[in-house]
Design a protein around this ligand. Structure first.
Ligand code: AMP
Ligand code: MG
Length: 420
């Protein structure tokens, strides 16, 4: 059977990225499960976490000092009568009912500010003699107090569903008393590497064979993107066997193939997908590395039970291309399948250490090192042998982004960086 012709669609980087983002926005995640708060890091929240009480639950002093009426300090030094000491966690019945004019209470950080007081003076501006304190610095009303509910009101949403959980959101969930959280199940991502020359890492490679490294970089990236990698056997450059493995891969929620998407005689991935009546959204992006990247969708055999059609990416086989194109294109789709709210790709900026010369026409993502100290971020390209050079990429900690219209970027220029 001859393959239906594949229409070649090469998009700019931005158009390709937006295409993926648009499809990602239509996706819904898999089922849900409950996890212990301590195991929730990196998981995607499938419920919203609500404040079970005001935060803070009382007007909280942010300093050790004296709870005062600000107007009592209009003439300095002021002398006030100390009527109580309030510790953090002080029981309500021990709190003074009112700080009356001319009175104060000594108060600790995290303790409730009693009625009547509207500010806290830091202990550094006070000296106590018996039951009197002399205060040498004025305050404005509200100073050093966080009012009841100022951080969050009871009943309001603290963490939106779709949030990827990290230390701050987990602390917030803890502060609202959640020891268990409802999260999305991780999408399963099939990793199918292709190529007659590719062998398993446990096999002894022949003189012209190459060990499979792409499945391992992708497994890491899939996990970082919130998914569960499923490694398939290596597919040879032979259409029937390739098709069987593609069909196996389509049982997962997303299929990532590597290799076989260039223009060579044995690059069969697009041909086989076309025979399977796949829909292609793009078959290339004007980037380097990773130009032959393919994104599409295909109906699955078990259409009734699972999400169908399913999305696939054909990532170029060169190891750096595989890593870069995953990050630029596959990641947003995976994150959507994982239930994460969409977010745009953001670059940071750094000062280029030494001049770069490139041929214009492609947007480049070149392995680089981000160094420098404090606010002085500097970036320098890692010397490399091109998009097959894993060793150079392993020495890099980011990608320097070079726009397609530039030939020379001078040392000292601020350039965008895609962190890794
Ligand atoms: P391809 O995209 O199939 O033309 O492959 C481009 C280059 O990447 C070739 O040099 C391949 O040997 C290499 N390559 C393809 N797949 C892998 C893999 N899984 N691990 C390491 N290198 C690979
Ligand atoms: Mg190949």
């Amino acid at each position: 059977m001859s393959a239906p012709p594949t229409v070649s669609t090469v998009l700019s980087f931005e158009d390709a990225r937006h295409t993926v983002e648009q499809h990602a926005a239509q996706l819904s995640p898999r089922g849900m499960e409950t996890v212990d708060l301590l195991a929730a890091e990196g998981r995607v929240l499938a419920e919203s976490v609500v404040a079970d009480r005001n935060i803070p639950p009382f007007p909280r002093s942010t300093r050790d000092g004296f709870a005062v009426r600000a107007e009592d300090l209009s003439h300095l030094p002021a002398h006030l009568e100390v009527i109580a000491e309030i510790r953090a966690g002080e029981e309500s019945e021990n709190l003074p009912e009112l700080i009356a004019p001319g009175e104060t209470a000594s108060i600790m950080t995290g303790a409730p500010v009693p009625p009547g007081a509207d500010a806290v003076v830091m202990v550094e501006y006070s000296s106590v003699q018996g039951r009197t304190v002399e205060i040498t610095r004025g305050v404005v009303a509200g100073e050093n107090i966080v009012p009841t509910g100022a951080e969050a009101k009871q009943g309001t949403t603290l963490i939106e569903s779709g949030t990827r959980l990290a230390e701050a959101s987990i602390a917030l969930a803890a502060s609202a008393g959640n020891s268990l959280l409802l999260v999305h199940q991780k999408p399963r991502v099939a990793l199918l590497t292709t190529g007659d020359e590719i062998v398993d890492i446990d096999a002894r490679p022949g003189p012209t064979q190459i060990r499979n490294s792409n499945s391992y970089s992708l497994a890491v990236q899939v996990r970082k993107g919130g998914g569960e990698p499923v490694l398939l056997p290596i597919a040879p450059d032979e259409p029937r066997q390739l098709r069987v493995l593609i069909e196996e891969g389509l049982r997962s929620d997303l299929l990532l193939m590597t290799g076989g998407v260039s223009m060579g005689r044995y690059d069969l991935v697009e041909q086989v997908l076309s025979e399977m009546h796949a829909e292609f959204f793009f078959t290339g992006a004007k980037i380097q590395p990773g130009r032959p990247v393919v994104f599409g969708r295909i109906a699955t055999p078990e259409a009734d039970t699972e999400q169908s059609p399913k999305y696939f990416f054909g990532l170029p086989g060169n190891p750096v291309s595989t890593m870069v194109t995953f990050e630029l294109f596959a990641r947003p789709l995976l994150e959507a399948l994982a239930g994460m709210s969409p977010h745009k790709l953001a670059f940071v900026y750094a000062r280029l250490k030494s001049e770069i010369r490139v041929k214009p026409g492609l947007k480049r993502f070149l392995p680089a090192n981000l160094t420098g100290e404090f606010e002085d971020s500097q970036a320098e390209l890692v010397p490399w042998q091109g998009s097959g050079d894993i060793a150079a990429t392993a020495r890099a900690n980011c990608y320097a982004v070079i726009p397609p219209n530039r030939e020379v970027i001078a040392a000292g220029e601020m350039i965008p960086i895609l962190p890794r």
